[in-house]
Design a protein around this ligand. Structure first.
Ligand SMILES: NC(=O)c1ccc[n+]([C@@H]2O[C@H](COP(=O)([O-])OP(=O)(O)OC[C@H]3O[C@@H](n4cnc5c(N)ncnc54)[C@H](O)[C@@H]3O)[C@@H](O)[C@H]2O)c1
Length: 461
């Protein structure tokens, strides 16, 4: 799985004597080290020396350091500076507030701020429904985290979660023109999180919960949904479930199977896994065998995890009491939202004809997709360097666009299913193949179709 990525791009400034052919030496070292050169500029030429900026994508941070030290070992090349392009992109953060109104004259100030603004506040005090009409509320979402389960990095805290939440806000803006703002809370106490979100809620038209660890995330979401009159959506649960259902709908179309008849093995019954199972059951799935880090999930641990209890009651494997390898025999679908290398080649080989594998653990999937593709009809991962990337960014911008535009206060399962159908429909029949079961995140129609589907489902409530 060692492919280079723009996430590990570095620019190395090197100088060398023209007579020693520094460009040729430099490119040869970088290519021999397995990095990909994406740009090369001679930025200065002084007498017989040239200064070169070479930009290359490495496999990871360690690989980037190895490439640099290999160049530095060459006596003909002098490494002056190394810049990490990802760090450069983050200097000063990724988002900002900008004013929608011109503030050029005294008149402008009098209307946008005092004294004019006082009349707007009075109007809202008199009629709170004006809050949506006369403020940012109707287009603003809080991206709330406690930093307890950030990406695959674990519990790294509120401050370290901020770059991720800024990124999420940037995606909201880019794809759906939603003004989202990070709210990283320095507490991991469920009641404190709930109370804090409750008291900041007047500003927002929706709450996107993010990277809060299971099972606390279920309680936070359930309590907030009860308390607030704006929609609350935990993206790690529902965003994942929607995009998985969308991809599965198209994969099943390809292999001509119905989810109702499929034997499904689910690895990972956490935030994402339980939400995926819930949507699959809502779509008619009857045979889901779940595994977590302790093996088969077949009984309630009595630890008051409501989603685990739901899973055991609704997806219990009947008489089956075995290992994941035993469960994989004759399985039609494998969905992994767990950890790397959970499956073996033999497990994949043992699946039914026309099998589907979604190995979504990030960054390293449950099985190497190249091995999975030897036997499975359709393979998807969460990775951007593989075909069929299952990515929540296909969901949350359009989903919130629909919620905000239609002033929806409560999210229903029907909205989740309709959003999944909308994403699946962005891949037309003539485009559908084993390497193209989900649309590109840059497909403009995705946001529009998802938003429209959410609005329609909201109307039918
Ligand atoms: N779109 C996507 O690609 C996408 C979306 C959501 C989650 N994910 C990935 O799915 C994984 C789980 O995310 P989550 O938010 O549900 O986390 P979580 O912590 O809530 O749940 C993880 C689950 O995996 C189980 N698990 C851990 N190690 C295991 C093992 N070796 N074998 C079987 N089960 C194991 C745990 O017991 C738990 O049930 C992460 O790697 C995450 O990056 C991918």
């Amino acid at each position: 799985m060692g492919s280079t990525s723009p996430g590990y791009a570095i620019t190395i400034r090197v100088d060398g004597a023209v007579s020693s052919q520094p460009v040729a030496q430099l490119t040869q070292i970088i290519l021999e080290m397995g990095a990909s050169i994406t740009a090369l500029d001679v930025v200065e030429s002084i007498l017989d020396r040239v200064v070169i900026d070479v930009t290359c994508d490495a496999i990871d941070a360690n690989h980037a350091e190895l490439v640099t030290s290999e160049i530095a070992k060459n006596p003909e090349l002098n490494v002056r500076k190394v810049s990490d392009r990802t760090f450069l992109l983050h200097l000063g953060g990724k988002i900002e507030v900008s004013s929608k109104v011109a503030l050029k004259t005294r008149d402008d100030l009098s209307r946008a701020y005092t004294p004019g603004v006082a009349r707007i506040s009075q109007a809202i005090a008199k009629d709170p429904s004006d809050l949506r009409r006369l403020t940012i509320k109707r287009n603003t979402v809080a991206v709330v985290t406690d930093g307890s389960a950030v990406l695959g990095l674990g519990n790294i805290g509120a401050g370290a979660a901020l770059p991720v939440m800024e990124g999420k806000a940037a995606l909201f803006k880019r794809f759906a023109d939603v003004d989202a703002w990070p709210v990283c809370l320095d507490t991991q106490d469920v009641d404190e999180i709930v109370r804090t979100v409750q008291i900041i809620a007047p500003v927002y038209g929706g709450i996107n919960l993010e990277d809060i660890s299971a099972p606390r995330c279920f309680e936070v979401e359930a309590k907030l949904r009860q308390l607030l009159d704006i929609p609350v959506f935990h993206d790690d649960q529902h965003g994942t479930a929607i995009v998985v259902l969308a991809a599965l709908t198209n994969a099943l179309k390809l292999v001509k199977k119905n989810v109702k008849d499929c034997k499904i093995v689910l690895s990972g019954v956490g935030a994402a896994g339980t939400a995926v199972a819930r949507l699959l059951v809502a779509k008619g799935a009857k045979n889901i065998i779940g595994f977590d880090k302790d093996g088969l999930v077949f009984q309630d641990k009595g630890d008051s995890d409501p989603m685990r209890k739901w899973f055991v009651e609704n997806c219990s494997p009947g008489n089956f009491l075995g290992t994941i390898s035993e469960a994989m025999m004759g399985a039609d679908i494998f969905i992994g939202v767990s950890a790397p290398n959970v499956l073996s080649e033999t497990d994949v080989k043992a699946m039914a004809k026309g099998s589907i594998i979604f190995a979504l653990a990030n960054p390293d999937p449950e099985i190497d997709p190249a091995i999975a593709r030897k036997f499975a009809a359709v393979v998807a991962t969460g990775r951007s360097d593989q075909p069929n990337q299952i990515n929540n960014v296909l969901v949350f911008p359009g989903f919130f666009r629909g919620l905000l535009d239609a002033n929806i206060t409560k999210i229903t399962d029907q909205m989740l299913i309709s959003a999944a159908d909308a994403i699946a429909s962005c891949v037309e029949d003539q485009q559908l193949n084993a390497n193209f079961i989900v649309p590109s995140v840059f497909d403009q129609s995705v946001v529009q179709k998802v938003a429209a589907a959410v609005k329609r489902a909201g109307d039918k409530k």
